[in-house]
Design a protein around this ligand. Sequence first.
Ligand code: IPM
Ligand code: MN
Length: 314
Amino acid sequence: MGGDGIGPEVVAEGLKVIAAVGVEMDTVEYDLGGERYMRDGTILPDEIVEEWRGLDALYAGAVGSPGVPPGIIERGLLLKMRFDLDLFINLRPFATPNHNFVVIRENTEGTYAGEGGFLRKNTPEEVATQGSVNTRHGVERACRYAFELAMTRNKHVTLIHKTNVLTFSGDLWDRTFNEVAAEYPEVDTWYNHIDAACIYMVEGPERYDVIVTDNLFGDIITDLAGAISGGIGLAPTANLHPGKMSMFEPVHGSAPDIVGTGKANPIAAILSGAMMLDHLGAIEAADRIRAACAAPETLTGSTSEIGDAVVGRL
Ligand code: IPM
Ligand code: MN
């Protein structure tokens, strides 16, 4: 699913790299996103979600068009996909010579759940509420995933939240995190408030190995993490339901301002393709792609030239 803007351009490079590494896949293409919505009103029909349940993975570019009001494609396509397919882990690794940490963002709850509404809309007495939904089940599976991952890495997990103010959801997160931590005595733990984490992320990101956090804090901190580790053009994402159909996309958006200019960096999409190969069990091929994307500052040129350079290194 190339999507909108630069999405199709970067996905084409990712598919080129996957072909070059020798992994053969059966593919089916989906034309969805803001452009499709403007053409015929289609966002994400339930029948397509049902079809996706039978696939192994969805490889996506980016969705969103300037002509579509905010929320329609985000909620109707991206979030519907995450929620309906229960893609409960949003995994965002940041790896450069100077950074090596991953963010586990809970991907189905929190303020993203859509709880809330209006009272007296468009009157001077208007009220808008936007709740945060946090379940023991949802928080626990995110924490457990983080600790399992930490066991394969440097055995260090940081919880990021705002327990000093969000005393209900923060309390549930804190208790659940510590209960899961007790099952992993070898793993060291740390806690940061989200505001302080923004400072540490900029001034000392080497303190982090695995971070686990709620949906909205994870959204924000991963843009910051992208910015300090080479730019958002390099940051990949996996939206996972381990063992089931999962979705792989760059952290960046559709960047309509640079569409067709060849300025889009395809590395984030290529690395998202590598995460997809991990999910499909082609881990050696995925590692080869990651190695070929090392020192990304030396991969220069247009979108397709960068893709060709990665293929050349392979
Ligand atoms: C992301 C994006 C999405 C999010 C938007 C487009 C709905 O910013 O994947 O980080 O907020 O999760
Ligand atoms: Mn985001």
